[in-house]
Structures are given as C-alpha cells and as structure tokens.
Write a protein that binds this ligand. Structure first.
Ligand code: SF4
Length: 321
C-alpha cells in the first residue's frame, strides 16, 4: 500500500476550466494519478482576480526586466503575481508537497521555455526563454523540491522519475510523522538500492545520518535526512547508474541460477543499455528470482516497485529526454 503523495498542480490541467480561453487541458496521466495523489490545484491568474475567459498574458522584456503584461491592454500583473506567490507559499508549505506539476510554456505557471516578447500586441517573440512569474517564484521559494512541467512528463523516463520521487517522499513523510528512528532505519534499508541508483555517495551519506542517530535528537536526524534525501533524488539517474544497481542485485543470484539464465539476463541488460527495453523488464526478472530464492531483504526493496504498478505505462512522447 503506497502513501498518497501531495502534489501542487496548475489547476487548468484536469482540474478546472480556468485557461484564458475558458478551456481545461486534458491529460491522461494526470487523470490516472487522481486516485493515487492528493492534488492541490492552483490557478495563479484567477487567484489575482482575472476572470476566465480573459485577455491572455505574456512575458515582455522592458528595461532589462521581465514583466507579466496583458496581451492587448498592457496591464502590468507582475507585482500582483509576485504578491500571490508569497501569499500562497505559506499554504503550500502547510500542504507539505512532495512535488509540483505546473503547466508548461505558461507566462504564469511555466518553469522554463516560456516565450518572451519585446512588446504587447503583435510584436514577435525575442530569441529568449524564461520561466513564468509564478513558476520562477516557486523555483526560488521551493528550491529543494521537484518541480516539473506537464510537458516534460509526457516522456516516459522523466515521468517514471517524477513518480519515484513523489512516492518515496510521501513514504518518508509518513515515516517522519512517527518520529521513530527504528522506522527511519527500516525506510533507509528498504530504499538502499533505489538510493544507490540515484547516487552512491548520497546513499553513503544518508546511511551515515541514520547511523549517527544516538548523538542528536530524532527531530534533527529526520531534518538532516530529509534535506539530503531531497538533494539525492533531485536528479534523474542515468541508464548506467541503474545498470550498476542491476549488476549488484544480479550478484545475489549468480550461484543459484543456470548459465543459460545468466546469459539471458546479460542479453537483457544490453538491450536496456541500448534503450530497446524499459528498466522494468530487467527489474521483473530480478524480482522473480528474489521470490524464487526467497530473498526477503531483496523482495522488500523499493527499487523493484517505487510507485503503484497501475501508473507504469510506457506511453512516451519521445521528447524531452
Ligand atoms: S497555466 Fe496556470 S495561470 Fe494559466 S490557466 Fe493554468 S493554472 Fe491558471
């Protein structure tokens, strides 16, 4: 049973008809996530008093500063949006987010790649991209949180990374709520091979924090562990990092499996290295051997099952790798 992650989401993605033209964006994977995630939907533009439908906004470069202006009238919404970011950040912190999912390319919610213009009206875009104003503020105010845009999550591996992070952090939040060091030791142990995939050095440091638990109060241990955990999980592991973990896990079975099984596994590894099969194909083989040889420690490893199986669709835009 997975703990439900808390995710801040741009409201126009599957949660409300709040776009400038009164529409909502449909997203298959966000619709699927609804049963597994606690969403906090926000529409910053409506929150600063704009209606839907409305005149669209755009980013305009003026005196070396990026402003959020209405497309036709040129009304400056920058200060109102910045004030909203500050105001809502308290509510977001209280929500205890495990991640953010913001609308791509929006002058308000975008986290990067938003067009910047020289002026309002028919002026063409400049050769420059920026985050939106609210997106930029979230990147600053929640700098150690995973903030993705929905466009990037169309890529299967980026989506898998996002799911892995939010479900791991949600589980950590649950463990932290118990304030029990024994539970933290168990959490660390179950995540050993997942953290190894993210960073060998990070895994070692997290282990040291857990091992030093007798010297400082539990609250401090959890805070230090969480800080490091967020840092470790911020970057998506490479294929090579996962292969390293797969070989470690393979080592547990070398003496038990036949030569044919070994050769089959190494062939699969090559296919994975060449991006011909997903990571889950290899993990399924390792997990099946774990069950066959009754290796309970391995069977409990989250690297085999970091998020609900129902979400593990390999549908991929092929973009944003
Ligand atoms: S992108 Fe952000 S501001 Fe724009 S409609 Fe969606 S939620 Fe509202």
């Amino acid at each position: 049973m997975f703990e439900k992650p808390n995710v801040v989401i741009s409201k126009c993605i599957e949660h409300g008809h709040c776009r400038y033209d009164g529409s909502m964006i449909t997203s298959e994977f966000v619709a699927e996530l609804k049963d597994h995630v606690n969403f906090l939907p926000l529409c910053p533009e409506m929150a600063i008093g704009l209606p839907s439908p409305r005149e669209s906004l755009r980013l305009v470069l003026a005196n070396d500063e990026i402003k959020l202006l209405s497309y036709i009238n040129g009304t400056d919404m920058t200060a109102a949006m910045e004030e909203y970011s500050r105001r809502i950040s308290k509510a977001i912190s209280e929500f205890q987010p495990d991640g953010f999912l913001l609308k791509s390319r929006s002058p308000s919610c975008g986290t990067k790649d938003v067009k910047v213009y020289a002026d309002i009206g028919k002026a063409p875009p400049l050769n420059r991209k920026s985050p939106g104003i609210f997106g930029r503020d979230m990147l600053v105010l929640f700098s150690d949180y995973l903030i993705e845009d929905e466009g990037r999550l169309l890529n299967f591996t980026i989506r898998e990374h996002f799911y892995t992070v939010i479900f791991t952090l949600a589980d950590f939040r649950r463990v932290r709520g118990t304030n029990g060091i024994k539970n933290l030791i168990d959490f660390h142990s179950r995540n050993k091979y997942l953290f190894m995939a993210y960073s060998q050095a990070g895994l070692k440091k997290l282990g040291q924090i857990v091992a030093g638990h007798g010297k400082v109060p539990p609250g401090e241990v959890f805070s230090e562990y969480e800080k490091k955990l967020r840092e470790v999980m911020m970057r998506k592991p490479s294929c090579g990092q996962y292969i390293n973990v797969m070989l470690h896990l393979f080592g547990y079975f070398k003496k038990d499996i036949s030569e044919k099984e070994k050769a089959y596994f190494l062939d699969l590894l090559e296919l994975y290295r060449n991006r011909r099969i997903p990571q889950s194909s290899i993990m399924s083989v390792l997990s099946a051997w774990g069950a066959r040889f009754d290796r309970q420690y391995l069977n409990e490893q989250t690297v085999f099952n970091a998020f609900p199986r129902e979400l593990a669709t390999v549908a991929d835009s092929g973009k944003a790798r």
